[in-house]
Design a protein around this ligand. Structure first.
Ligand code: NCD
Ligand code: ZN
Length: 344
């Protein structure tokens, strides 16, 4: 197959940043996806409905001319979030869910949550009003090995949360382990997960290939090969009837922020997102299942209609630029200087 037309896909986990950086990156996403779930980890974080709606207006204004790209906004959960705010979120169709960052787990998560128990009334309100909880699933105990943090979180805090709030809709974001795949599969229809292109394509060797590779550093960090294989299986197999769907976690950082003694976590993939997923599905012999993963399962879980437009991929290799502009700086995209097999 050299040509594949699918229903226009959506990106269920994306970082768009703000200001002139937003203007630099948004066209890549808008050229491929009908909608994207926009993460709220700005500085300061997007903690109120008013902030989310104002951010949405900035995103709409930054779209390329004629683009119908529809940003689905999220609220950043903190210890100060209230059940009344959840009611407001439920009454605001532009906001699709609430994002839980364990405090300190990743980029701009300092304002995140330290105690899930204290937020029980908020989770109850979310269950009552059918507001989904989007979770960065990593433990924040500094004693936990960085490669084990997802499995620790899934086994511990997440299992307790799921047991205590059975009616809460949960999306475990950017899963990276066989443990997370198994947990999502075992855990009822109100639990789903997003999977990134980079976690499907790369294992942790990519971080250390011939030297330290900052552009392969993200959180949750890449894992060993058996975990990558479990993710590919979860995404591409016929058994994926809806629990696993596309979320790029494309997370741009400037070259200066990556080439540093304390480099930022995040991989930029928006420039070739659906093309990279197509490689994964092709290699798994499952190109015919790309559309369900990219365009059907996400809207079904979130209770939204599928996109009506289509997107066509052709097998026409192209070389990714070495750098892309990022505000008044540059970023290095995934596969910089290397080939991508499919083109939109
Ligand atoms: C994200 C970012 O840079 O905002 N970084 C990342 O490595 N994925 C934050 C996140 O989603 O963890
Ligand atoms: Zn993210």
């Amino acid at each position: 197959m050299d040509r594949l037309t699918i229903t226009q896909p959506d990106d269920w986990h994306l970082h768009l940043r703000d200001g002139d950086r937003l203007i630099s990156v948004i066209a890549d996403t808008a050229a491929r996806f009908g909608r994207a779930v926009v993460m709220p980890n700005l500085k300061p974080p997007v903690v109120s409905v008013a902030m989310a709606l104002a951010y949405r207006e900035r995103i709409l204004a930054a779209r390329p001319a004629g683009s119908g790209f529809d940003p689905l906004m999220t609220l950043y959960l903190t210890a100060d979030t209230t059940p009344a705010q959840i009611q407001q979120v439920a009454a605001t169709p532009e906001i699709i869910g609430v994002k839980l960052y364990p405090a300190g787990a990743t980029t701009n998560s300092e304002a995140g949550v330290t105690s899930l128990d204290a937020l029980a009334p908020v989770f109850e309100a979310m269950a009552e009003h059918a507001v989904p909880l989007l979770i960065h699933g990593e433990s924040i105990d500094p004693a936990d090995d960085v490669f084990d943090r997802e499995a620790r979180f899934v086994d511990g805090a997440l299992t307790r949360l799921r047991a205590r709030h059975g009616a809460l809709k949960i999306v475990l974001e950017h899963i990276t382990t066989a443990d997370a795949v198994a947990w999502v599969n075992e855990t009822g229809p109100l639990t789903a997960a997003t999977i990134t292109a980079h976690h499907l394509l790369l294992n942790r060797n990519a971080i250390f290939n011939g030297g330290l590779r900052p552009h392969h550093y993200c959180l949750p960090v890449l894992k060993r090969e058996r975990h990558r294989e479990a993710l590919v299986q979860a995404a591409t197999s016929a058994a994926n009837t809806g629990k696993f769907f596309l979320g790029t976690d494309s997370a741009p950082h400037s070259i200066a922020a990556k080439h540093s003694a304390c480099g930022c976590a995040g991989i930029y993939t928006a420039h070739a997102a659906i093309e990279l997923y197509a490689e994964v599905f092709e290699d798994a012999g499952a190109l015919d299942r790309l559309e369900a993963f990219a365009s059907f399962h996400g809207p079904a879980f979130y209770g939204l209609p599928r996109n009506r437009a289509t997107l066509t991929l052709v097998r026409e290799p192209w070389t990714v630029p070495d750098t892309l502009s990022f505000g008044d700086e540059l970023l290095v995209p995934l596969r910089a200087g290397e080939r991508v097999r499919w083109r939109v």
